[in-house]
Each structure stands twice: as C-alpha cells, then as structure tokens.
Design a protein around this ligand. Structure first.
Ligand code: BTN
Length: 243
C-alpha cells in the first residue's frame, strides 16, 4: 500500500479522484489531498476538509464477494483507531466506522465499492482525519461533536509520520484480512468498540431498529437485540446512541 501515491494540494474529493482511475490503478494506490473542496461523507453528507487535516483514499482490489465488503470498512476503522492510539490517545470505534476520542468524532471513513456479478471489482476506502485543524471553525451542528488530534494532544501532529503509520497499519490489517479468518480482525475491533453494549437506534433507508448493540456478525453487520427480544442484524445504516 502506498507504492503509488498521488499527492494534491487541493482536490474536490480524493474518493472521487480515486474512483475515476480505479479500474486502471494498481492495488494499493493512494490519493492524498491537503484540502478538499467537496469532501464527501457517508449518507450524502459533506466532510469538512480544511488544510491541516488528513484526507486520503486507498484503492484495494480484493478478491471477495460484495457481501464481504463491509469487513474492509471495519478493518480500516481499526487501522485508523490503532494509528491514533499510537499517539497516546484513547481512540474508540463507533459502528460502522467513526473513530471517536472521548465521544467526539476525530475520523470518518467512506467506503465505495464497484462490483460485477456480486464480486468486488475495486473498493475505495476514504479516510478523513481531523489532524491539525481547528474544529471550532466547523459549522454549528458539526463542531459540537467533533474533535481533532491537535486539540486532544495540545500540540500539532507530524502529518507525514502519521500518514506513514496509517498506511503501514492498513497494510498490516489487509494482510491479516487476506491470510486469516475475519474473526482475528473482528476481535481486535470489538476490543476497541465504543458501540457494543450500548443502546442504539440504527436507521436505514427502509427501517429503524432500536435496541441494545450486542455484537458484530462475521460479515460486519451490527446485531441489535430489540425490546421484544428479537435479534436483528444490519449491515449498514446510521447509528445513534439512545438511552
Ligand atoms: C463520514 O464519516 O461520513 C465519512 C467521511 C469520509 C471523509 C474522507 S476524506 C478522504 C475521502 N474523500 C472524500 O471525499 N471523503 C473521504
């Protein structure tokens, strides 16, 4: 990972750029931008990407069925959390893919997949980290729930070293992904989970499920036990903590 790195001072979105070249690109190609004009978040939201942050996308070409793609999202969240933890910060993962420090979001991940005949063709994992940014400049509604590495550390991070560590960590996890059972990654993920054991509401375009998060399935879905004792697995959605 990172044999080919495309670096930009500014880009609309590293995920969009990566998507355009993904078919021809070598696996492990990385796209980095100092800032993004149209940084994209999950569920059609936008992602604040001022200078000082880390905005990058990695192109992967795993030989896996489409319904295993969510595993790579979890894998990336774990890699990002581990990298942030290596700075001495208590990073935890909120399902499916937010990395939090003390309940505030420091990192988001946007996974985009292209598949043919239910088999993954390529997958783009976009990672956005509030590194040396001032979240107080973020729009209201976002800033209250956001933090940055700089804010938590009280000093700037060396972003070059940070990106090196992050790419190395993703590569290590990806090797594990390809050579071991997924349970190896999942158990590490669960150790850092902020979500398991909490009361949650999961919203998808078609339904809303309320209950207690009791686990993650082998494909990366969240298992929720509802009030009437049913167990529901959801592979994607918006997760909100409830009381
Ligand atoms: C989210 O939490 O909603 C996901 C945010 C993902 C942001 C990253 S920044 C690099 C990559 N390029 C994008 O346009 N988005 C992702």
């Amino acid at each position: 990972i990172g044999n080919n790195i495309f670096y930009f001072a500014e880009l609309e979105s590293t995920n969009s750029f990566a998507k355009e070249m993904a078919k021809e690109a070598e696996e492990g190609t990385v796209v980095i931008a100092e800032s993004q004009k149209k940084g994209r978040g999950r569920l059609g939201r936008n992602w604040q990407s001022p200078k000082g942050g880390v905005n990058l996308s990695v192109i992967l070409k795993p030989n896996i069925p489409l319904d295993h793609a969510a595993r790579l999202t979890l894998m990336t969240g774990l890699a990002a959390a581990n990298t942030i933890r290596s700075l001495g910060l208590d990073a935890r993962i909120k399902w499916p893919n937010d990395v939090l420090i003390k309940d505030k979001k420091v990192c988001g991940i946007l996974t985009e997949v292209d598949a043919e005949m239910e088999q993954v063709d390529y997958i783009i994992i976009g990672i956005g980290i509030n590194a040396n940014v001032n979240v107080d400049d973020f729009p209201p509604g976002i800033r209250e729930n956001a933090t940055s590495l700089q804010k938590e550390l009280g000093t700037e991070v060396n972003r070059v070293e940070f990106v090196q560590k992050l790419l190395y960590e993703i590569e290590q996890q990806y090797i594990k992904f390809k050579t071991q059972e997924f349970s190896a990654i999942l158990s590490e993920w669960i150790n850092l989970s902020d979500t398991i054991g909490k009361n949650v509401t999961i919203m998808t375009p078609s339904k809303m499920v309320e209950g207690k998060a009791i686990g993650i399935t082998d494909t990366g879905a969240i298992s929720v036990r509802t009030k009437d004792g049913k167990r529901v697995n959801l592979i994607a959605g918006r997760c909100v903590y409830t009381r």
